[in-house]
Design a protein around this ligand. Structure first.
Ligand code: IDC
Length: 476
């Protein structure tokens, strides 16, 4: 890789704004002579659909330790292209692709593994590349390694054993059983947590200190990662937002919380408007997070002005893309009328119950704002909960504007109902937005304190008190 290809043929695909900047700042470059004893193994996994695919490459260094690496491979077919990569900086020239390590995954000890991935497009066929190189050495599974390499290709990384006291450690991989969300013991559980505000506006609120407070002080089970698609969201920078979501998934994972990835469509209300973006986004995040047991996918936030059959048609196209990578993940489908089960547009949950999405491990979103949505909505939720699996992926203690005073009576009635029915929920928002629904007082995210009550609004206080009570998850 000494010659610089002509810019017009070179496609620079960065693994993310953060990763690319970190790479430039620390100038981690592949060391050319670090693999005196050489060897590497690559497991390439791909899922393909008409014109598109997602792929991961699990790399194992079987040579001497390296501090920075470049993986090289060539697509067999001239129409194959990398369109968006993660966990490496991808470049393509003709059919030749390189993926360069980022600052956080460049160091690979002998035997160490790392996984990278990308979305791609293809025209006539999509065969897998057959030869890979790592820092110029062909990956044959090991030539003269310094320590005994495995003779077979390593299996994909599996989640750590589920022991410990965090929500994920106790409950493990979730699945839908009947109308409930069930844990690894097949017992119904309720997850209680918070939703981020729009990542495009409030990224400064989501970092180690604030998420420590959510996990430890609030004792939350769940972080909903709300990635707007419009309003300066995903559509303006798909790679950057994909990486931001993945970073937050990792932070939730590190704290034993479930991560709910919200593809936050809102305006326009027709999810089909964002169908191609949804396919690209969910192919990337499901491939990247496939080996985790704590990721839940919410494929459209609040459909509005569209029929249930349109939402269903959207789900039918997006769910298989997730399932190709992560077959057992729970997927949540938004419902008509801003995820009101149709009620806010004059309908009811019968349209869903009579015509459900034909896939396993599916739940349906219900949203409410306690000061706007009261008894008739609660009645409908109670009726629907007997027939279809519900997940309150978003609700507010205030009016549907997101602002105003906490309606304590209605919020309490709602949460008592959800507790009784074991319906999981995420509250809007874990942010310091200047609006009544925000949990933190304005300016909180400029400081370093998130735990305790002095930083909280009325809504934050109300929610922290509800979420902090013991979960009592069943363990057998
Ligand atoms: C609101 C935010 C507000 C923002 C607005 C526009 O609180 O700061 O300006 O979105 O994007 C929803 C939506 C959610 C709304 C929330 C409150 O899912 O995006 O957030 N709400 O209006 N549905 C019902 C209410």
């Amino acid at each position: 890789m000494t010659s610089i290809p002509r810019p017009s043929r070179r496609h620079l695909l960065v693994g993310g704004v953060v990763g690319a900047l970190a790479l430039a700042a620390t100038a981690v470059l592949p060391s050319t002579d670090a693999m005196a004893a050489t060897g590497c193994a690559v497991t390439y996994t791909t899922n393909s659909w008409q014109g598109g695919f997602t792929a991961t490459a699990a790399i194992q260094n079987l040579g001497n330790p390296v501090n920075g690496w470049t993986l090289g491979f060539t697509f067999p077919n001239s129409g194959q292209r990398v369109t968006q990569g993660w966990s490496a900086t991808f470049q393509q020239s003709g059919s030749a692709v390189t993926a360069q390590s980022l600052s956080y995954n460049g160091a690979l000890a002998t035997g160490a593994r790392t996984t990278i991935g990308f979305n791609g497009s293809w025209t006539t066929a999509n065969p897998a590349p057959t030869a890979f190189t790592l820092n110029g050495t062909t990956c044959t599974g090991g030539t003269s390694p310094t320590s005994a390499p495995p003779t077979t290709t390593p299996p994909p990384t599996t989640p750590p054993p589920t022991t410990g006291t965090t929500p994920v450690a106790i409950n493990g991989q979730l699945r839908v059983c009947g109308v409930n969300l069930c844990n690894q013991y097949g017992r119904p559980i309720q997850l209680r947590g918070m939703s981020t505000h729009g990542l495009q506006w409030f990224a400064r609120c989501y970092h180690d200190a604030s998420l420590d407070a959510l996990a430890d002080d609030w004792q939350a089970d769940l972080l909903r990662i709300s990635m707007y698609v419009q309003e300066q969201g995903y559509e303006t920078n798909p790679t950057g937002f994909t990486n931001q979501v993945n970073t937050l998934v990792d932070k939730a994972t590190a704290r034993g919380m479930y991560a709910l990835i919200d593809f936050h469509t809102l305006t326009p209300g027709d999810p089909m408007y964002n169908l191609e973006r949804a396919k690209t986004f969910f192919a990337a995040v499901s491939a990247r997070n496939a080996s985790k047991n704590n990721v839940i996918y919410e494929i459209t936030n609040e459909p509005n002005g569209v029929s249930w059959s349109t939402i269903r048609a959207y789900a039918k196209q997006v769910i298989p893309i997730i399932r190709a990578n992560d077959p057992d993940a729970v997927v949540i489908v938004g419902t008509r009328g801003w995820s009101s089960l149709g009620v806010s547009e004059g309908g009811n949950s019968d349209e869903v119950a009579n015509n459900p999405v034909r896939a396993s491990n599916i739940m349906y979103a219900f949203h409410f704002y306690a000061a706007s949505h009261r008894d008739n909505y609660r009645t409908e939720v109670q009726r629907a909960a007997a027939r279809i699996p519900l997940f309150v992926t978003e609700f507010g203690t205030v009016t549907y504007s997101g602002d105003g005073a906490v309606d304590t009576a209605s919020s309490t009635a709602w949460l008592d109902l959800l507790d009784r029915l074991k319906i999981s929920y995420a509250n809007w928002t874990y942010s310091d937005a200047s609006e009544g629904s925000a949990a933190f007082k304005p300016g909180t995210c400029n400081g370093g304190t998130y735990a305790g009550t002095t930083v909280l609004t009325d809504s934050g206080n109300f929610m922290r008190n509800r979420i902090r009570t013991p979960d009592n998850f069943p363990t057998s």
